[in-house]
Ligand binder design. Structure first.
Ligand code: NAD
Length: 257
């Protein structure tokens, strides 16, 4: 089926669905200038995932110092939502997307206007104490790093601080996973955008949807691990395809069919 034809079919599903879950991965933010991990220009082409584990972070103060220095100079806070994020927020405004479950840590869905976002892998906008779990705005910690405190400790308990993202080897927050899985079971369409669907347990959201007999729609610019489980696969760039898809949903709503 041609892409336009597939988009028409998917727009029909979104139009008539009782509840829609949008699941996103790093691919939706590449057009905002944030590289993904596993795509053709992904971070794992040039850096070693073994250095991103929680065990290494806990054991080696030099790794922590390097991480804070990198966070200080990172441009992630300068990134702005792109047409793909905005299209998903539009879908919510049209009453056609109840929730966004994201693997991303960049906060761009919220900045685009999506109001219910479950961040399965945490957020770079906050820091967290790995001992007492106190959370604080990342800016507070970064200003200490800037002033020379290169491996800042928790001001409450002295524990090790880390950006509030989930590193390899760190468990996800159980309540977030449960809420995401519950949404996958009750939503009759799951629109998965910009993810290889290969990172677990996050990819379980899409698989749970398909196994529950719901329609899993995959929009990605490359193959994913769950293409065979999908009701439809739409190839392409999120920032181009999503606005077209949302336009087609809007047109159906206006026509009232
Ligand atoms: P991934 O890196 O495994 O895969 C991204 C997929 O998106 C690839 O298949 C790639 O081909 C595709 N893609 C890239 N640009 C696209 C575009 N414009 N339109 C459509 N598809 C596009 O991403 P993942 O599966 O989400 O897993 C990586 C993990 O890394 C995530 O769990 C996340 O926690 C983390 N991460 C987050 C960010 C972020 O917050 N923006 C960035 C990098 C990595």
């Amino acid at each position: 089926m041609a892409v336009d034809e597939t988009l028409g079919v998917v727009a029909g599903w979104l139009h008539t669905a009782n509840r829609v879950l949008v699941f996103t991965g790093a691919g939706i933010s590449t057009e905002s200038g944030i590289p993904d991990f596993r795509g053709p220009n992904g971070i794992w082409r040039t850096s070693d995932p073994a250095l991103a584990t929680i065990q290494v972070y806990l054991a080696d103060p030099e790794v922590r110092r390097a991480r804070w220095r990198a966070r200080l100079t990172s441009h992630i806070d300068d990134a702005v939502p792109n047409a793909g994020h905005r299209a998903i927020a539009d879908l919510e405004r049209l009453g056609r997307a109840e929730v966004v479950v994201t693997q991303n840590v960049d906060g761009l869905h919220q900045r685009a206007g999506s109001s219910r976002v479950i961040e399965l892998h945490g957020t770079t906008r906050e820091a967290k104490c790995l001992s007492c779990h106190d959370r604080m705005p990342i800016a507070r910690v970064l200003s200490r790093v800037e002033e020379g405190d290169d491996d800042p400790a928790c001001e409450r308990c002295g524990g090790i601080l880390k950006p509030a993202t989930i590193s390899f080897g760190q468990p996800l927050i159980e309540d977030d996973v449960e809420r995401a899985m519950a949404e996958a079971r009750r939503s009759d369409v799951c629109l998965a955008v910009g993810s290889t669907l290969s990172v677990w347990p996050a990819a379980g959201v899409a698989l749970t949807s398909a196994r529950a007999g719901h329609r899993l729609v995959i929009l990605n610019d490359g193959a994913t691990d769950l293409d065979d489980a999908a009701a439809a696969v739409v190839p392409g760039r999120a920032g181009t395809v999503l606005p077209r898809l949302v336009g087609a949903v809007r047109a159906r709503m206006h026509e009232g069919h």
